[in-house]
Design a protein around this ligand. Structure first.
Ligand SMILES: [Zn+2]
Length: 76
């Protein structure tokens, strides 16, 4: 049996990029939330394209366990 979920109360929070490239028109989509907002992995993040005014919702990627200690997270 696996005890999944018990250790996931505080995962590393991530900041979304302020802009992304619109997959529709190639324009610039701007983050609708405040740039300093921190998201949990799996959270939806909304963007609005400046060119075609389309709205895009990204989902923050799950925590990346690649073994590299490049980012300090977890201990605040
Ligand atoms: Zn667009």
């Amino acid at each position: 049996m696996e005890a999944r979920g018990s250790a996931r109360t505080t995962v590393g929070r991530v900041r979304a990029p302020e802009t992304i490239v619109c997959v529709d028109c190639g324009g610039t989509c701007h983050l609708l939330a405040h740039p300093e907002t921190e998201f949990d992995p799996g959270d939806p993040v909304a963007y609005r394209c400046a060119d075609c005014v389309d709205r895009w919702d990204l989902v923050m990627p799950d925590d990346e366990d690649d073994g590299q200690g490049a980012e300090v997270s977890g201990v605040v």
